[in-house]
Design a protein. Structure first.
Ligand SMILES: [Cu+2]
Length: 375
């Protein structure tokens, strides 16, 4: 109860102080009453007629806009900005992908008016979405321009010296220094990377994580060639898919060891304020990763539709079929596949099905269209 009341106290004090403008009507959405009924005890400091997004939407989200330009990244662009690295071919014929990632301390506006003193990879949370193909050589120069020692630990198969943890290889990289991590990309799947400096939970919750996606090489999987090709970025079979990257995360904005803001890709209600356009003619594939600190699990729930789920993305046949909710511990991830073919066009909600997380920012919409898409 102490945790819960501290989060609510944060919201109420934020509203009172005027720096936070979180509306709280989502309780009503999930609980079946409306925000303006007397029985709803939550504060609501908004004028119902003042928003372009409509009263029902406004009742459950923050007011105002995050300055994405100042943040230096846009949560919509982030859905599809695969970083392929600098590509060349090694003498043995292997594809080499080279990256340079810089750790930078930087304030990030995670909800309108709420700035979080983040530690970032390349000035963004999540960091760059590294996307390569199974068997590629990946070489990452890591420069620590931050104020604390950091590492990059990749989830994947690699040598001990490349693991990016204290006590192995170069260990923690002090401010002003750099190192190189190099390995073959395997196994194929939906993975992540994150800082592994101590104290670990501080370094992760500050924002030092990102997606590491390894597409399967179809020539290695002749028995699943079609499925493998459909995941291989740039292939003809992949073109029809609408692929999106989402990292579920949270932010402890008042240093109480608990999150006050939740989101997919960091910015509270970004995909409610501006729904993600999806073409109903093409299937959707979401690379979903849980990087949430402090809370044991996070989850993804899709409305009015169901999806297939590939845990860790390391298989060609789904682990679970026809589900509408998946839960994940920290660092768990997977691939979701679904389609809105033959569905009514319109807005379809998706969010954490921990209602509290949804109320605090992890609430989103797909806008299903006839031809318009973000991907
Ligand atoms: Cu760190």
């Amino acid at each position: 109860m102490a945790e819960r009341s501290s989060r609510r106290t944060f919201l109420k004090s934020g509203l009172a102080a005027g720096f936070g403008t979180l509306a709280s009507g989502l309780w009503s959405l999930l609980g079946g009453s409306t925000a303006t009924e007397d029985k709803n005890p939550q504060p609501l400091n908004v004028s119902p007629d003042s928003s372009a997004v409509g009263r029902e939407t406004m009742d459950m989200i923050t007011m105002g806009e995050v300055n994405h330009q100042k943040n230096g990244f846009d949560p919509h662009a982030m859905l599809t900005d695969w970083d392929r690295g600098k590509v060349s071919t090694l003498p043995n014929g292997q594809t080499l992908r080279e990256y340079e990632i810089v750790a930078i301390d930087k304030p990030i506006e995670v909800a309108p008016g709420i700035n979080f003193s983040a530690w970032t990879f390349d000035g963004r949370i999540p960091g760059p979405t590294i996307r390569c193909t199974e068997g590629d050589r990946v070489r990452i120069k890591f420069i620590n321009a931050g104020s604390h020692p950091h590492t990059i630990h990749f989830h994947g198969i690699h040598d001990a010296s490349m693991d990016g943890v204290p006590g192995a290889g170069d260990g923690q990289i002090p401010p002003g220094e750099s190192t190189v991590y190099e390995f073959d990309a395997e196994p194929f799947g939906c993975h992540l990377y994150h800082c592994h400096s101590t104290p670990l939970k501080r370094h992760i919750h500050k924002g030092l994580y990102g997606a590491f996606i390894v597409d399967p090489d179809p020539t290695r999987h002749p028995e699943y060639a079609d499925a493998a090709s459909s995941r291989l970025l740039g292939s003809r079979e992949n073109e029809r898919w609408q692929e999106l990257m989402m990292v579920m995360n949270g932010f402890d904005t008042n240093f109480d060891g608990d999150n006050e803001i939740y989101a997919a890709n960091s910015i509270a209600f970004a995909y409610t304020n501006k729904p993600i356009k999806i073409d109903h003619n093409r299937p959707v594939r979401v690379y979903l990763i849980n990087a949430t600190e402090f809370d044991p699990i996070n989850s993804f729930h899709l409305h009015a539709n169901f999806f297939d789920f590939y845990d860790h993305g390391t298989t060609f046949t789904p682990d679970r079929t026809t589900i509408d909710t998946v839960m994940m511990c920290q660092a768990q991830r997977g691939i979701l596949e679904f389609s809105f073919k033959d569905f009514e066009l319109g807005k379809y909600m998706f969010h954490a099905h921990q209602s509290e997380f949804a109320e605090l920012g992890w609430m989103s919409f797909f806008e299903v269209t006839d031809g318009e898409t973000i991907a």
